[in-house]
Design a protein around this ligand. Structure first.
Ligand code: SF4
Length: 438
């Protein structure tokens, strides 16, 4: 393990709402982070038609605007992996789906199968279709699909970087903690606030969490994380009507493309503060929860949020879900919302899914690491499995990475351990951090 002393080294208790992003030419899991200063060109996020070459083969990434996906579509992706590469689907932090280990050149029938599954509605805009919606809202998921159709109809937006992220949410604040470029927060009264994704617009570190029925119990006080009270309701935005919101989001995206200096500028937060786009926004009050919230694994009414261990969806998970529902909603938190899944939680847990937030599996994540990523100085995935099984309930929120790029670092309080070689290394790193288990 790389020698570490917090916070500058591999052990870090992170409040990362304003963390710098990962460097250029990232491994494909760098969906969250990258460092502008090191960028050499256009982003290299993979797509369905433009795979990324990793150590273990090509990676293709499919976009699912709004997150709702038929299980038959997931079956197609799994089968592509089984036929040509790794029989798993990786869930990314933008709610996208990846299959990896594929041969180079990519077999012709991969694109055909993706198109047949409805994952390629546009050959020109496929990498631009990064649209998150609050997973619990069917209305917002439908609006995300509408936004996708509008995006595809505007030729100038085909050039959006693969890292440009749009978000539709409501007063729940779900998703506001993600690194979006432009978001619309629907107030539910025919209007809402259009938000610009600037580091200086973030109200504070994201610590908000959705509260499952189990967490809430009979105590209404559990609804509120006391840390949220410190968040300002003001962020960089402006009020727009609900009818105008989708067009306004795309206008922001178009203006970003027109104003960016060159293709090394991937996100709105990289524009200078003096840019006309930034100047056209002011501090606006965010309706609802300005800090942003996530949904942790657990029961939410009749539905279930099921965590996918290490974000790797396997055939056993899909088989179990197929006996419960025909579609799920992919979240950006390496989980799926299973409609009507609350009554089947034991069945889904038996298949290896994470069904409540007490599981150690729900508190650990890892980048791809060795031998899959060429930059990795250590293996991460099997070590993460070993940590979940041996450290168990004493695990804090933990993220293992194979190098200092720290791909996929979670939001909120956590410990990141760089290049650990054993559980002993990880235990030592946890011991010197200030982050504790729940
Ligand atoms: S080893 Fe991990 S953190 Fe480093 S570049 Fe590869 S995926 Fe990213």
């Amino acid at each position: 393990m790389t020698p570490q002393t917090p916070p500058a080294s591999g052990v870090r208790a992170g409040h990362d709402a304003n963390a710098s992003e990962a460097p250029a030419a990232p491994e494909a899991e760098c969906a969250v982070s990258a460092g502008f200063s090191a960028r050499l060109g256009a982003d290299r996020c993979p797509g369905a038609l433009r795979p990324f070459a990793a150590e273990d083969g090509l990676i293709v990434r499919a976009r699912v605007p709004g997150g709702e996906v038929a299980l038959g579509t997931l079956r197609t992706l799994l089968q592509i992996g089984a036929d040509y590469g790794t029989p798993r689907i990786q869930l990314t932090t933008r709610g996208n789906l990846q299959v990896r280990g594929l041969p180079d050149p990519l077999p012709d029938d991969v694109a055909e199968r993706l198109a047949d599954a409805g994952l390629l509605p546009s050959l020109t805009h496929e990498r631009a279709r990064n649209i998150l919606a609050a997973p619990s809202s069917a209305v917002l998921r439908e609006r995300a699909r509408e936004l996708d159709r509008m995006l595809i109809s505007r030729p100038e937006l085909a050039g959006l970087p693969g890292r440009f992220l749009m978000l539709l949410t409501d007063t729940s604040g779900l998703g506001l903690d993600e690194r979006f470029d432009v978001a619309y927060v629907d107030a539910g009264d025919g209007s809402g606030v259009l938000l610009l994704g600037r580091a200086d617009s973030v109200a504070g570190p994201g610590v908000g969490r959705g509260v499952s029925d189990r967490q809430r119990g009979n105590n209404p006080a559990v609804e509120e994380d006391p840390r949220r009270a410190t968040h300002s309701p003001l962020r960089l935005g402006r009020v727009v009507s609900s009818d105008e919101a989708l067009g306004a989001m795309l206008d922001v995206a178009a203006q970003f493309l027109a104003e960016r200096a060159d293709e090394r500028v991937w996100n709105i937060r990289d524009l200078p503060e003096s840019s006309p786009l930034c100047g056209s926004f002011a501090q606006a009050e965010v309706p609802g929860d300005p800090a942003g919230a996530t949904l942790s694994p657990g029961v939410y009414g009749a539905d279930l949020v099921a965590g996918i261990p290490l974000g790797l969806l396997e055939a056993a998970h899909l088989n179990a879900m197929e006996s419960v529902t025909e579609h799920v909603v992919i979240t950006p938190w390496r989980s799926v919302l299973v409609p009507g899944g609350a009554a089947y939680d034991a069945q889904l847990a038996a298949a290896g899914l994470i069904v409540d937030d007490t599981s150690a599996w729900g508190r650990i994540s890892a980048c791809t690491g060795a031998p899959y990523c060429g930059r990795a100085q250590s293996e991460t995935l099997s070590l993460a499995r070993e940590c979940a099984e041996t450290i168990g309930s004493k695990l804090p929120r933990l993220h293992l990475v194979g190098c200092e790029r720290r791909c996929g670092e979670p939001r909120g309080e956590h410990v990141t351990v760089v290049s650990a070689e054993s559980v002993v290394d990880v235990r030592a790193a946890i011991a010197v951090s200030s982050v504790t288990s729940d």
